[in-house]
Design a protein around this ligand. Structure first.
Ligand code: SF4
Ligand code: SF4
Length: 299
């Protein structure tokens, strides 16, 4: 099981030893924060916002009726989904690895756990995590309800709004603490959708220089999806778990996070050889280099 302390030790331990964040970490945080800010701006500036309590629905800053907002938003919504389909179909699950705010918060929770040495650290870490979950829940809340519901609405509406907000914060915190990236591995419905779209891409992880591999298995311990990164190209297919059906290709399950490459670079850096694993476009034929077999990937 790569999640938990073993993964912390490899991913965060190597990062600490390196003395600076890996380039994939920098990209991940930059993209996830930019994406979250862009999403937060939508309801904040009234670009798209519904108000199921007071009827203050907005589209591009204009207050309109619910049906009119939904009608005008239909084409942009379809456009965004088309872009998601194309990216997932031809590049794989980079959205999971680099964009998803849940994944970013799950990694933040891992980092807090790795840094916490004392009870005080754990309390501060818990408070930081609750604050982060609250901010993301508040952004989601803003899409559906006007915040004036807490001052102007009737008592039943105030109760509904409070339960909605508290329910989101609690579920987010529990999911991040209890499942972490395991949620992405087994339970995220969007992940299944992206995986079905991207089962056969020509972009992902390649075992490019096997002759330089020391068989340290750091890549396997680092993988949040419990895959064998050295065998993604044509390796065994994985037995389903959570929402995933049996027999999905490893390429479909891989979230293109690059943790395996990061771990591999960390363990082979001192050897001064080309890193065995790489992430990016695959040379033609790499996907077919080994015939896939059905069966459980890991025992
Ligand atoms: S194989 Fe590598 S890139 Fe894919 S999920 Fe595992 S660690 Fe991330
Ligand atoms: S981390 Fe790199 S060197 Fe170690 S087993 Fe994986 S591919 Fe080989």
């Amino acid at each position: 099981m790569p999640l938990g302390k073993q993964r912390d030790k490899v991913v965060l331990g190597l990062g600490k030893a390196r003395g600076k964040p890996h380039r994939y970490s920098n990209w991940r945080w930059a993209v996830a924060i930019a994406f979250t800010l862009a999403i937060a701006a939508l309801p904040f500036f009234g670009i798209i916002r519904f108000d199921l309590w007071g009827g203050h629905h907005h589209y591009l800053g204009e207050q309109l009726g619910l049906v009119e907002v939904a009608r005008r938003f239909a084409f942009p919504f379809l456009g965004v989904n088309l872009a998601i389909i194309l990216v997932s179909r031809f590049f794989g699950r980079y959205l999971c690895g680099f964009v998803c705010p849940y994944g970013a918060v799950a990694r933040f929770a891992e980092w807090l756990r790795f840094r916490a040495k004392t009870r005080k650290d754990r309390i501060i870490g818990g408070a930081l995590l609750i604050t982060t979950c609250s901010v993301l829940s508040a952004i989601t809340f803003s899409f559906w309800l006007d915040w004036r519901v807490f001052s102007d609405a009737s008592a039943p509406w105030k109760i509904v709004a409070s339960m909605f907000l508290l329910g989101m914060i609690t579920s987010f915190y529990v999911f991040v603490q209890k499942l972490g990236l395991g949620f992405c591995r087994n339970w995220c419905p969007s992940g299944v959708y992206f995986a079905l779209l991207g089962h056969d891409t020509n972009n992902g992880i390649e075992f490019a220089h096997p002759q330089n591999c020391t068989d340290c298995k750091a890549c396997e311990k680092a993988c949040p999806m419990d895959l064998l990164p050295r065998e993604l190209s044509g390796g065994k297919y994985r037995e389903g778990s959570g929402f995933y059906p049996d027999g999905m290709s490893n390429f479909a399950l891989c979230i293109r996070c690059g943790d395996c490459v990061s771990a591999c670079e960390g363990t082979t850096a001192r050897l001064n050889v080309a890193t065995p694993l790489r992430m990016g476009f695959l040379p033609s034929g790499a996907r077919d280099s080994a015939a896939p077999e059905h069966g459980e990937l890991k025992g």
